[in-house]
Design a protein around this ligand. Structure first.
Ligand code: NAP
Length: 310
């Protein structure tokens, strides 16, 4: 299993704190150091033993590290890259966890010295929680971690990083940057936008229906609200930086929606039935791939979901 002497986590939120727990649990580094912009986050990280040392600046945090992981929102990556560039030791691997790859490559790669290896990455794992207390060691277990190696990357550095990510429990795959952004627009970015919209629509209705939307939310809407509770900064940055792919998928989504709308208007039950049969098969595929549970209602216990039954 791959091992680094010192891992520097820049940004100490959900992803970084989960990495810190998983690195410790699996013995993947001698030392973990970190930086976050606020005094509060830095103090919390020390208090809960997330990192061995914290630094006020990213520049100080990366000194002497052989692995640097950028765990800040996508929109903050460029400023961090500029700041750390002069302080990276020869041979240091720099990776990131940003949800968008093309924009991160454009923001980071030009600023880093040739003697560092920038290997972009993205864990397909997360929750709707944020901050240094939200992480847990098993977040990445059996989840995909996509890396998008760049031309000129040292194959040995790529292999070492892949081994390290595997050590965190992830399944690692390589992907081209553009392909990554399109695939993520389909499986993550557009679904989030739809969830945000659906919750927004319900919020308008709530004013009409006097809280019934909240009261009876168990039937599907609740799952939209979990997604729509995701971090606003992160998701603003995703849509600002994965604009083309998201607009492409949204266009296709709107066409499908209009088609279904027409089927409903025309009473075309056959079309609706066929469509829903096809989508059900996709759900089965996800379960077979081990990416979700087959248990009814995502494995929730009725006592925790239905206050009336408590
Ligand atoms: P998070 O919990 O909100 O933490 C973000 C961290 O970045 C905080 O420590 C924050 O510091 C720091 N930060 C924010 N803006 C900064 C700035 N301008 N300069 C320096 N530091 C800054 O976020 P997260 O969920 O871990 O997400 C981090 C990255 O992971 C993002 O790029 C996101 O796209 C990616 N990602 C997230 C998920 C997910 O589901 N959450 C999944 C995969 C990938 P303070 O606490 O001091 O404000």
């Amino acid at each position: 299993m791959s091992h680094y002497n010192r891992v520097a986590l820049i940004g100490l939120g959900l992803i970084a704190s989960s990495m810190a727990h998983a690195i410790r649990a699996n013995g993947l580094a001698d030392e973990i150091v970190g930086h976050a912009r606020s005094t509060e986050t830095r103090a919390t990280a020390l208090e809960i033993g997330l990192v061995d040392r914290v630094f006020e600046t990213a520049a100080e945090a990366v000194q002497g590290a052989d692995l640097v992981v950028l765990c800040v929102p996508v929109g903050a990556m460029e400023a961090i890259a500029r700041e750390i560039a002069p302080h990276l030791a020869p041979g240091t691997t720099v990776t990131d966890v940003g949800s968008v790859k093309q924009a991160v490559v454009e923001a980071v790669a030009p600023h880093l010295p040739a003697h560092a290896q920038f290997i972009p990455g993205h864990p397909l794992a997360g929750t709707e929680h944020s901050g240094p207390r939200s992480g847990f060691a098993t977040l990445f277990v059996n989840r995909w971690w996509l890396i998008t190696p760049l031309e000129g990357n040292d194959p040995a550095a790529v292999t070492r990083l892949k081994d390290f990510l595997t050590g965190l429990g992830a399944n690692v795959d390589e992907m081209d940057v553009t392909r990554h952004d399109l695939v993520l627009a389909v499986v993550s970015h557009t679904p989030h936008l739809i969830a945000y919209t659906m919750v927004g629509v319900a919020d308008h209705l709530r004013r009409v229906t006097h809280e019934e939307v909240i009261k009876y939310s168990a039937s599907g809407f609740r799952d939209f609200t979990r997604i729509a509770a995701s971090d606003p900064t992160m998701w603003r940055d995703v849509f600002l930086t994965n604009k083309e792919a998201t607009l492409d998928i949204l266009g296709r989504f709107t066409e499908e929606l209009f088609m279904l709308q027409r089927a409903i208007r025309m009473g075309d039950g056959e079309k609706l039935f066929d469509y829903f049969t096809q989508t059900r098969a996709i759900r089965r595929g996800i379960i077979e791939a081990g990416q979700d549970t087959a248990a009814p209602d995502f494995g929730r216990s009725p006592t925790t979901t239905d206050p009336a039954k408590k």
